[in-house]
Ligand binder design. Structure first.
Ligand SMILES: [Zn+2]
Length: 257
């Protein structure tokens, strides 16, 4: 295998991974649906090897599950309990990361500072008529922000644990599911819909919460950095629970439990 052939193979795996990931997130592949290797390979006009590799990565992300004799199926959205567990663990890990980051004079301080300035400009200039685009931008910022705080703690295990949770992918998938329900059924039909909730408002709140954390880290105040992170995770969980209630309602499920 020459370098170029190898690079081509990696490119095809990446392309298959990105395509399938998007299809699962946007419910073009529904929870429980069977994903067949030969069919994906035919669809994308590639061989089965890169498809197999992409499926292994999607399994590691928690988007696919491999069952004996059945092959790969798309996993369901995280349950109420699944999100509760995710946020409990984040509350254990991330306030500590923020506290520790504030105690260090990390070389990444200017990266954090620039990240906040960029996202604040984007939210200011964003078009309220294109909420999904704004959410996409914000989701990418959120990954960078939390990963950066973990990294600034200087603890390799904090970074690995944060990455392994794939929390933003679960949150992004939840957001898209809730948006799909709202556009299909209409806000007025949904008992659980908070009329004050908009993508624009959720984005503004998120960025303000991140700003408070960032300022505490930048000015070297560990206690405040930890407290603001805890507060931000509580608020994020509340926003996620609202979206989960919208999805659960559309499926005729109880919103508590
Ligand atoms: Zn955040």
């Amino acid at each position: 295998v020459t370098f170029n052939e190898h690079a081509g193979e990696i490119g095809r795996t990446d392309a298959a991974y990105e395509t399938l990931r998007a299809r699962i997130l946007h419910h073009e592949i529904r929870p429980g649906e069977h994903v067949k290797i030969d069919q994906v390979a035919r669809d994308l006009h590639i061989s089965q090897t890169p498809v197999r590799e992409a499926l292994v990565r999607l399994e590691a992300d928690g988007l696919l599950a491999k069952e004996r004799f059945r092959g790969y199926t798309a996993t369901p959205l995280l349950s109420h309990e699944g999100f509760a567990q995710l946020f409990s663990f984040r509350r254990l890990l991330e306030p500590w990361s923020a506290e520790t980051a504030a105690q260090k004079n990390s070389a990444d301080l200017h990266v954090l500072s620039r990240e906040m300035e960029d996202v604040e400009r984007h939210v200011r200039l964003s078009d309220a008529a294109a909420p999904d685009r704004l959410y996409g931008l914000l989701a990418e910022h959120d990954v960078r922000f939390h990963a950066l705080v973990a990294e600034m703690s200087g603890n390799r295990h904090a970074i690995e644990s944060y990455d392994a949770m794939h929390c933003h992918m679960h949150l992004y998938r939840l957001y898209l599911s809730a948006r799909a329900v709202v556009s299909a059924e209409g806000e007025a039909e949904l008992a659980s819909f908070d009329r004050h909730y908009t993508t624009q408002r959720a984005s503004t709140e998120t960025v303000q919460e991140h700003r408070a954390i960032a300022d505490a880290i930048l000015s070297g105040q560990p206690q405040e950095a930890g407290d603001y992170m805890r507060w931000h995770l509580d608020r994020s969980e509340q926003r996620a629970l609202l979206e989960l209630a919208i999805v659960a309602e559309s499926q005729g499920e109880p919103t508590h439990g």
